[in-house]
Design a protein around this ligand. Sequence first.
Ligand SMILES: NC(=O)c1ccc[n+]([C@@H]2O[C@H](COP(=O)([O-])OP(=O)(O)OC[C@H]3O[C@@H](n4cnc5c(N)ncnc54)[C@H](O)[C@@H]3O)[C@@H](O)[C@H]2O)c1
Length: 194
Amino acid sequence: MSALKYHRVQPEAGWGAIHITGGKEVDSVKLQDIERVAVIGAGTMGSQIAQLFSQVGGYPVIVYDLNDELLTQGIRSIKENLQRHFVDKGPMTLDEMGKVVGRIRSTTNLLKAVKDADFVVESVFENLELKKNVFRQLDESAPPNSILASNTSNLNITEIASVTKRRDTVVGMCFFIPVSIVKSNNPRQIRGLE
Ligand SMILES: NC(=O)c1ccc[n+]([C@@H]2O[C@H](COP(=O)([O-])OP(=O)(O)OC[C@H]3O[C@@H](n4cnc5c(N)ncnc54)[C@H](O)[C@@H]3O)[C@@H](O)[C@H]2O)c1
């Protein structure tokens, strides 16, 4: 059985390489090979993760949530974070902030959010059935070779991955918080069960 064995983010490689071992061989995915990112859930963590990918990685990011109000609030909190922690303190100009925000788009259409994404980070409420339901939809809508990551704090990644047909490319990501402020924000590795 091809099972989710071991998902590893490689801190020593910097914020830049994700090593996935699922099945027989180690597959290495470099973040520089990723062109488009989608974030599912624009709440506290999702908005900061979207900011991190745009600000640090320079990726175009598309954020999905259930309605426009939630998305507007998520984008507003990204702007407030950037203003307070980077622009007001000096290391970022308003022009640079505009570019970070400009790379982040939002949508209430899940298919639109993930259909071209190479890397999808799920950050919805910490509820197993909800996350499994979201991963079922992601599996159907995201490109077959894209990586699906869950930002779960405590739920079992193997169980979340079990609802997909791509258990070897489902990973867990966990961030130091606040995500957008901690400098060495190498996501922690999360092991699957098998
Ligand atoms: N260190 C870490 O990495 C860390 C820290 C805190 C929380 N977390 C985890 O991050 C995840 C999100 O936590 P949070 O604090 O951002 O929660 P939150 O409540 O602030 O945000 C959750 C968002 O998910 C959205 N959502 C709910 N159902 C959805 C669906 N079906 N599709 C799309 N969006 C949906 C909600 O509308 C909300 O905007 C949880 O799994 C939590 O355990 C991780």
